[in-house]
Design a protein. Structure first.
Length: 187
């Protein structure tokens, strides 16, 4: 990853996100809204988290001192790829939540931003872990079902501050993440 241009990395990541969203719409139509609310909840939360982690993977290749060391080692005339391999192996072993945590700890991220991301993701996992709420989301087929669904209200209540936390992470709190996001991640 680190040996390739950032724009190439982000192109693949953007294709992934587009595929996920198009697949969501396809399944919604093909299955006549079956499990729409559950799929929408996952799109708002877990799929978005995976996309954000992918962005962080790309950005860390340019911000992380270990990545810079690996790149320098690779570019030396007698350099070897083991430092790069070790770096990539470590980075790719991290879960999306671990990667976001790394960003929150190592970058200039406000505690409120981290809480907005992690507290609300934890609440989201609790919703999915609750069999009654999960079943309610799986059964909802119409907007009327959603208007009357406490589980859906909870999903909306956690997805908004989660989204706002990710926006703050990438665009507000840390100037380096903001610069990379604006340069490569937006347009």
């Amino acid at each position: 990853m680190c040996a390739f241009p950032l724009s190439a990395q982000l192109n693949d990541l953007t294709r992934y996100w587009r595929t996920v969203t198009v697949d969501f719409v396809y399944k919604q139509r093909a299955e006549n809204d079956k499990k729409w609310a559950l799929r929408n909840a996952k799109l708002r939360m877990s799929r978005k988290l995976v996309f954000a982690a992918g962005l962080l993977h790309c950005f860390f290749c340019h911000l992380d001192t270990a990545a810079n060391h690996a790149r320098e080692e690779l570019n030396r005339p007698e350099g070897d790829v083991s430092a790069l391999t070790d770096y990539l192996e470590h980075q790719l072993s991290l879960t999306p939540l671990e990667l976001v945590a790394q960003a929150c700890l190592e970058r200039k991220v406000m505690p409120a931003t981290a809480r907005g991301i992690f507290d609300n993701y934890d609440r989201f996992l609790a919703i999915l872990d609750d069999k009654t709420k999960r079943d309610e989301l799986e059964r909802a087929k119409s907007h009327e079902d959603l208007r009357n669904s406490e589980a859906w209200k909870e999903v909306r209540d956690v997805s908004r501050p989660f989204h706002e936390g990710l926006v703050a992470l990438f665009l507000n709190d840390d100037e380096d993440l903001k610069t990379l996001t604006m340069k490569y991640g937006v347009f």
